[in-house]
Design a protein around this ligand. Sequence first.
Ligand code: F6P
Length: 381
Amino acid sequence: MNKKIGILTSGGDCPGLNAIIRAAVKCASQKGWEVYGIPYGTDGFLRLKRGKCHSDDLILKEHGYDLPGFLHGIDILQFLSGSILGSLSKGNSDDMAIAQTIIQGYRDLQLDALIAVGGDGSLDIIYDLAQQGQWNIIAIPKTIDNDVPFTDRSIGFDTAVDKVTSALYDLTFTAASHDRTMIVQVMGRNAGHLALRSGIAGGADIILIPELTPKIDATLVNDICIRIAKLRREGRKFALIVVAEGVKNEAGQKEKYISDYLARQIDTTSHKLCLTGKPEFCDLARIETRGTVLGHVQRSGTPSSYDRLLAASFAKKAVDLIAEENYNQLVVWQNGEVQSCSLDIVVTHIKEAHRLGKCPSPVNPNSFLVQTARSLGIYLS
Ligand code: F6P
C-alpha cells in the first residue's frame, strides 16, 4: 500500500541527520511512498497551520539534492552535517492550545506515519504529542551525548568522538611546547560517554566525567596536582585533562566553563603544595594551565563512515517498521545489530530519569572502558 510519511529532526543537531533523511527518502521512494520533510521539528506542524509554509513545498524527492553543473549526480546529503529540515532545541508542547494545533497539523497532512529523529528530551516531548494525537511514530536516536537509553549508539556520537580525539591530538603539541596542562571541556550535558571515549583515544592523562566525578572538590584537585607532579618527575612536562561539561563545581553547581574553573583550582592548589617545600612538589611551581572549550564544533563536520552506516541502517529499519505497521518503536543498536524497542518502555525510563534529575543512560562506572582507561594509567576519580 502506498504511504505518506513525514520525517523531522528535533533537539540539538549532530552529524548524520541528513544521512538519515537521505536514506529514509531512498528506502521510502523504493516502495513508492511520499515523504514530507517537517521543518524545525514538531514546530513545522504549527508553521503549517499558521500558513508559514505549504505542504507541497515539504515533499522530499530522492534526487532533490543533486548538485548542478559538473558536480551533477553527487548526492551531498550524506556528507553534510546539520539538518536540511532545521531543528529546534526547545519544545513548546507544554501549552495545551499549541499542542492541539501541532496535533491538528499532523492530521491535516494526512500522514500514515512519522519518523522522529531526536535525543532523550525530544523523544519525551514527541511521545506525549503522539499519544495525544494518536500518531504512528517511529523514533531514531541521535545525540553526540550518546545518552538515549536502550541503544548502544546514537547518531552523531562517533563523529563527535573523532572530533574531540583530533582536537586532543592537536592540543598535545602546543601543550608539549609550553610545558602546559591543557584542560579540554567537552559536551555531554550530564553524560560522560564523549569525554571517556575521546579521552582514551586522544591520550588524556586525566578524564573527569559526571558519573565518576560529580563535582570538583579540594580532594580531587589535590589528587590531580599530585598526578601532574608525578608526571613531571617522570619527565613529562605537559598534561592533558578532559573534563565533561556535566562535572560540577565544589558547590555542586554547573559552571559554563568548568575547564576554566578547574584551571583556577589547579593554579591555587599546586602553588600551595609547592609552598610545603616537599621535594615531590617542587616541580609544581612552574605549572601553567589553559582551558579549551570545544563547544559546538563537536556537533558539526562530515559524519564519520560509522555514523553514515548507522544512519542508513536506522532509516531502513524505520521504513521497514512502518511497512509492517509496527509503530511506537525506537530503532536501536544493540549487540551489534539494528533492532527496535517499545517507545512506551524507553520514554517511561527517560521520564523517570528526568524526574530524578539523572542522565537516562550514564557511563557504567564498572564498564570495560573505564577499566581500560585505568589500566592505561589514566586518572579517573
Ligand atoms: O545534547 C546535545 C548537546 O550538544 C549537549 O552536549 C550540550 O550540553 C547541549 O546540547 C548544547 O545545547 P545548545 O545547542 O542548546 O547550546
